[in-house]
Write a new protein. Structure first.
Lengths: 151, 228
């Protein structure tokens, strides 16, 4: 798996800078971001990073889901019936890569609530790393195996 | 799942056949990210207006240097040749451009993507602005991007199995690429709920208008997708 980030400059443990023609984007350090899932028996499962997230390996029955970003932000997701966190990423044909957001789809009674956790910031956008944008979507026709149900 | 592995490939032959996910195809080559560059060239001042296929009249092929395209004075003009430059070698992509071919450029997806995957064009590696002339377009082109791209299998699926010709960014399954708003989904068949261990195909060309400024642009083509 290619974990190279040729467009990231001045990478720190917290973040990396990407320089463009008109804009400088600060993106999270994807090696140091992970989820934390808590279970009723007190067990806690910590995810890996954004290259091998480990999400599909965790069992159902979690009681709490949160995300820890490399910048120190901790985003706790309220309890829903199930979760499907989807990382939104762009990969250039030149090998460059940007992580845009984590779109945590949360199964509610009548629809899907989307917690969109922002992973990049620049002077062209009002949104900062760690900001959360809430949205709603209709219930999907099929449920993928990557959904994890809460206890 | 984990971050899916994407391999960018192109058909280096004149045979319009697909790339097998498991066994590959000797007619196809891989784009080496960060090393190779996709070049749109030809139609320069020294060119005979030869059209695609007549390699001898292509000064890029004859001299080994990129032939700058002349700005058209009468009607819009599609840059005639597409190459992938790799080190000292420029590999031609003979089926690329304003053609009705299906299997031109491809993406091999190893792993799983949730929903569709999208081909986008941006100014640079920040994936945040779209101000380059080739993406901005001009008045004569309705301020649409000069970069036309099409999901060839999707377009063919609704046109008796054939990629519609001529096609442009307004054709179903195509777009004038500009950022996140004007892009193509490369997944197939529709509706795309998941993409797993498969090869997807597209074609791309650049059309210059008579009021185009003179430029040498290096936009970034990128794929946006979701994964767990």
């Amino acid at each position: 798996m290619d974990k190279n980030l040729p467009n990231f400059k001045h990478m720190t443990q917290q973040e990396g800078k990407v320089y463009g023609i008109h804009n400088t984007v600060v993106d999270i350090n994807p090696y140091n971001c992970y989820f934390i899932a808590k279970y009723p028996d007190g067990n806690i499962i910590k995810g890996n990073n954004f290259f091998e997230t480990g999400w599909d390996e965790i069992p159902h029955g979690l009681t709490e889901l949160s995300y820890v970003l490399s910048t120190g932000h901790i985003i706790k997701i309220p309890k829903f019936k199930a979760y499907l966190p989807l990382i939104e990423c762009s990969l250039g044909v030149d090998g460059s890569r940007i992580f845009h957001s984590i779109n945590v789809r949360c199964l509610a009674e009548n629809d899907i609530v989307v917690w969109r956790i922002i992973l990049k910031q620049s002077n062209k956008s009002k949104l900062k790393i760690g900001d959360v944008v809430l949205g709603r979507e209709p219930l999907p026709q099929t449920i993928s195996k990557s959904w994890k149900y809460t206890s | 799942m984990a971050l899916p592995v994407l391999k960018f490939i192109y058909n280096h032959s004149e045979v319009d056949t697909e790339y097998n996910f498991y066994t590959g195809n000797p007619n196809w080559r891989e784009i080496n990210p960060g090393v190779d560059t996709v070049i749109f060239t030809g139609g320069g001042i020294g060119d005979v207006d030869e059209g695609i296929g007549d390699f001898i009249a292509n000064p890029t092929l004859a001299s080994g240097t990129r032939s700058p395209t002349i700005r058209p004075s009468v009607a819009s003009y599609v840059i005639p040749y597409t190459y992938v430059e790799s080190g000292n070698t420029m590999y031609m992509v003979p089926l690329a451009g304003h053609t009705d071919n299906k299997y031109v450029f491809g993406i091999q997806v190893s792993g799983t993507i949730d929903g569709n995957m999208y081909l986008e064009a941006w100014d640079d590696v920040t994936f945040s602005t779209t101000t380059l002339p080739v993406i901005s377009g001009t008045a004569n082109g309705g301020y649409e991007s000069c970069v036309n791209a099409i999901n060839t299998l999707w377009a063919a699926s609704i046109n008796f199995g054939l990629v519609p010709y001529p096609w442009d960014g307004d054709t179903t399954g195509a777009s004038y690429l500009r950022g996140q708003t004007d892009r193509i989904g490369v997944g197939y068949p529709l509706p795309v709920t998941e993409i797993t261990n498969t090869v997807l195909y597209y074609n791309i060309y650049i059309r210059l208008e008579t009021d185009s400024p003179t430029f040498h642009n290096t936009p970034v083509l990128g794929f946006r997708y979701l994964y767990t």
